[in-house]
Design a protein around this ligand. Structure first.
Ligand code: M6R
Length: 608
């Protein structure tokens, strides 16, 4: 989604802004722009192309203070006139992430007051509002605060003025924003990766904070207007972790990082001899003793992780579990249960629907909350009583890969801890699962060896319009995840079904042009699955089967087998995900799509 970078320094900040935008490209955007204060004027450059295009266009632009933005369209089509920054009367410039809900009313009022609008965005009202207060003789800080008081909605903003050559005002409410502290220079950004080029000293802003920055200092004011201190933290994110290295795409890199990401996520547990609730936080033991059920809330791929976890939690921990898409739950009348543990799952920790669903659950009087998240300082982590951080490292590709498999690993830990706390896990079983978890990174590494085979297989998909994914039990959500990956980056329409549902409708679709991809682990449902596959073959369907050893499914005409190295029992969904990610990746390569930035999608979905 939209990204913000800003800098105030004693040097030309344009290269810093452009590099920051480049590092935010992964979030997804359709236009970009920047504005600097240059000799008492605002110089603005915008583009509907990539940041590389903006870089070319700003070759002669210089300034010591500036703000920049990548826009993902919400109000108004992707176009240069709608790209940020938005400027009021040549004097005030604003970049904004989020959505202003009362912008139509404000737009009418401002139009009547003589402010001409040159875009269709909600953001432009912010620029004009600030200008109106500024023109009355207020400082930029006071004018911004007065404008913010009139806004309904979510925002992270950066503001500069043509006659304030050494000042940025920024603020956040409902959208993330942080400060970067440098030596005689200061920065703002919506994501820490944008600032690693210049500083690792980061201040994470709180809801309602407004900040005044100069090159020498910054003052933070909380939502009541009191000056406050916020801790400066040293970011541990390495530069390499956000760089592509030898890989062709971030998605490929991130698929290959899964063994390490799993090892990192499981590190503390695998190094110990027993599982303790404390890994979820100090209050975990008391919370787990008080709960009678679980409700998992998430979106997209993270929702699929929740669906897998339901099988684990009910089977191993014997605890009732429901999983719901966050955007549905937040608007539905549901029956609250104060003894229910609300688990939110999110890679980014910023997803607006998941955040709203969590707040909704809490407002209904459900105090037990747990976040499984990849970003430690994110809103979801801060809003939850308990947390388990996946340690996947930054995920840049829009298609979620290593975040998903590490979420599964974290959810398996939750299952084991709850099973243990409910006396459903013997010491022997605990040791056996710990051993399987220790082996998981190596097992994932072996699955990656299938890559050349899958790359060849992918050539058979490039001309297909549709694909069907089948799985059963624990692997049905993995079929859903495989279908999501394929449609997201290759634009091939894909659907997933529990294999037993085939004859209740989707079988009608099967013919030689509909590839059917099946996950065939060597588990209790294997024989049932084999019958379902026969139903496909009997209708001339082409089958692509990801099969464990000993499944005795043989490669014959119309059945292509990809042999998985080993069966991983309950952890099998984690391993079976990897070839499906690779398949989607290589089909997308065949089709020449923009793998890391698929059309219309954004990495962090910070708007509804
Ligand atoms: O950051 P989150 O995990 O909350 O994101 C949720 C979805 O937007 C995300 O998983 C999306 O479905 C991915 N692009 C799928 O690859």
């Amino acid at each position: 989604m939209c990204g913000i970078v800003g800098a105030v320094a004693l040097r030309n900040v344009v290269p810093i802004l452009l590099e920051g935008l480049k590092r935010l490209e992964y979030r997804g955007y359709d236009s970009a722009g920047l504005v600097v204060v240059d000799d008492g004027h605002l110089t603005r450059v915008r583009s509907t192309g990539r940041v590389a295009d903006l870089t070319e266009r700003s070759a002669t632009t210089t300034g010591y203070t500036g703000i920049a933005h990548t826009r993902w369209a919400t109000h108004g089509i992707p176009s240069e006139r709608n790209a940020h920054p938005h400027v009021s009367k040549g004097q005030i410039a604003v970049v904004h992430n989020g959505i202003i809900e009362n912008y139509e009313v404000l737009r009418s009022t401002l139009t009547a007051a003589g402010y001409p609008f040159s875009s269709d965005t909600d953001t432009e009202v912010i620029a004009h509002l600030i200008h109106r207060h500024y023109a009355r003789g207020n400082s930029l800080l006071v004018a911004t605060r007065a404008a913010l008081a009139e806004l309904v909605g979510a925002y992270a903003i950066g503001v500069i003025a043509s006659d304030c050559p050494d000042q940025i005002i920024c603020a956040r409410r409902g959208s993330p924003l942080l400060l970067g502290v440098g030596v005689a220079e200061n920065f703002i950004a919506s994501d820490v990766s944008a600032l690693l080029q210049v500083t690792r000293q980061i201040v994470y802003l709180e809801e309602g904070d407004v900040v005044e920055l100069t090159h020498q200092a910054y003052q933070i004011y909380d939502k009541q207007g009191n000056q406050v201190e916020r801790a400066v933290q040293t970011s541990e994110l390495s530069n390499e972790s956000v760089e592509l290295g030898l890989y062709q795409h971030y998605m490929q890199k991130e698929i290959h990082e899964q063994p390490q990401a799993l090892a990192n996520t499981l590190e503390s547990v695998c190094n110990s001899q027993s599982l303790v609730p404390g890994i979820f936080g100090a209050e975990a033991a008391a919370t787990f003793a008080d709960i009678d059920s679980i409700l998992i809330l998430a979106c997209g791929t993270s929702y699929h992780a929740g669906l897998v976890a339901r099988y684990w939690l009910e089977d191993l921990a014997g605890i009732r579990c429901n999983v719901e898409v966050a955007s549905e739950y937040r608007y539905r009348s549901s029956v609250p249960n104060p003894k229910q543990l609300i688990v939110v799952i999110s890679q980014s920790g910023e997803t607006a629907d998941t955040q709203a669903a969590l707040n909704h659950a809490k407002a209904l009087g459900q105090p037990h909350t747990l976040a499984i998240c990849n970003v430690p300082e994110s809103a979801l982590v801060r809003l939850s009583k308990l947390r388990l951080l996946t340690r996947a490292g930054p995920e840049i590709g829009v298609a979620s890969t290593k975040a998903f498999t590490t979420q599964l690993a974290a959810l398996f830990l939750l299952t084991l801890v709850l099973a243990k706390s409910r006396d459903r896990l013997s010491v022997r079983q605990e040791q056996q699962y710990l051993q399987e978890l220790r082996h998981l990174p190596a097992a994932a590494q072996k699955v990656l060896d299938l890559e050349p085979l899958i790359a060849t297989l992918a050539t058979q998909f490039a001309d297909k319009q549709h694909a069907l994914f089948l799985g059963r039990g624990l692997h049905y959500p993995i079929a859903m995840e495989g279908a999501l990956k394929l449609k997201e980056i290759s634009y091939i329409h894909a659907e997933a079904y529990p294999a037993g549902e085939l004859k209740h409708g989707p079988l009608a679709l099967v013919d030689k042009d509909m590839p059917v991809i099946s996950i065939a682990p060597n588990d209790a449902l294997l024989e049932k699955l084999k019958s379902n596959l026969q139903e496909v073959r009997a209708r001339g369907g082409e089958l692509y089967v990801f099969a464990d050893a000993d499944t005795h499914i043989h490669e014959v005409d119309g059945i292509h087998i990809m042999q998985m190295p080993e069966h991983a029992g309950y952890l099998s969904p984690i391993l079976h995900t990897i070839p499906l990610q690779l398949l989607a990746y290589y089909v997308a390569l065949q089709k020449g799509t923009d793998v890391d930035k698929p059309r219309n999608l954004a990495k962090s979905v910070t708007v509804e």
